[in-house]
Design a protein around this ligand. Structure first.
Ligand code: URA
Length: 220
């Protein structure tokens, strides 16, 4: 199966999934969406009210803000693959439970393996912890680091800025560096460094590539 076929198959499985109790309360599972050749994968936490209604990720107010952040960063939503670590809405938007995170992880793994994105942007602390456990988002946001083949870029969740307006400019600044990091990642992976028409910022350089990261990478 090629990438598009695997992503389609995962989406079909997610829509029918009954592996955890979230399927009892969901209206629609939200597998994720985006082109099969996306270089950038954004991973949020879990669907909210509007995502549960529509079966699409980030279509509510945090999704609107995410679209603005991407646009300011020099890329459109249509060019990136967007998903969540948990594919069904937790009741009343509560935090995902450890068993829900564990159960849903298979789907994310399959999506990541199929897509093999250059860059993974984690949105919020749950997504961050999936890749870099035991760190504070306030310490690591906007500081990319290589984990195996991917440049992982921790970012605050867009919804955080809707609750704490001071985080808005932090998110805007971090996203403004996104395409510079993508460009640097292309160079590392041996792709065409200058193939982008996107503006380049002067974001912090990614951490040194970790070929075999420790289970719990120590940061900075
Ligand atoms: N918040 C998320 O983490 N994901 C969505 O899809 C919507 C809101």
């Amino acid at each position: 199966m090629d990438t598009a076929e695997v992503l389609h198959e995962v989406a079909e499985q997610v829509k029918r999934c009954v592996r955890c109790d979230l399927h009892f309360s969901r209206k629609n599972a939200v597998p994720g969406e985006g082109p099969a050749n996306a270089e950038i994968m954004l991973i949020g936490e879990a669907p909210g009210f509007y995502e549960n209604e529509q079966g699409r990720p980030f279509v509510g107010s945090s999704g609107k803000f995410l679209g603005e952040l991407l646009q300011k960063g020099g890329i459109t939503r249509e060019e990136v693959f967007i998903t969540n670590i948990v594919k069904c809405r937790p009741p009343a938007n509560r935090d995902p439970l450890p068993e829900e995170l564990a159960t849903c992880n298979d789907y994310l793994e399959t999506q990541m393996n199929a897509l093999n994105p250059l860059v993974i942007v984690t949105l919020g602390r749950f997504s961050l912890a999936r890749f870099i456990p035991n760190v504070r988002i306030s310490d690591v946001h906007g500081k990319p680091r290589w984990i195996k083949e991917q440049l992982i870029i921790p970012m605050y969740h867009p919804a955080a800025a809707l609750h704490q307006p001071a985080l808005r400019s932090v998110l805007e600044r971090d996203f403004s560096h996104l395409m510079e990091w993508v460009k640097q990642a292309r160079q590392k992976r041996g792709g065409p460094a200058s193939s982008t028409s996107h503006p380049t910022g002067a974001g912090p350089a990614p951490e040194k590539r970790e070929e075999n990261p420790p289970a719990q990478p120590s940061l900075f």
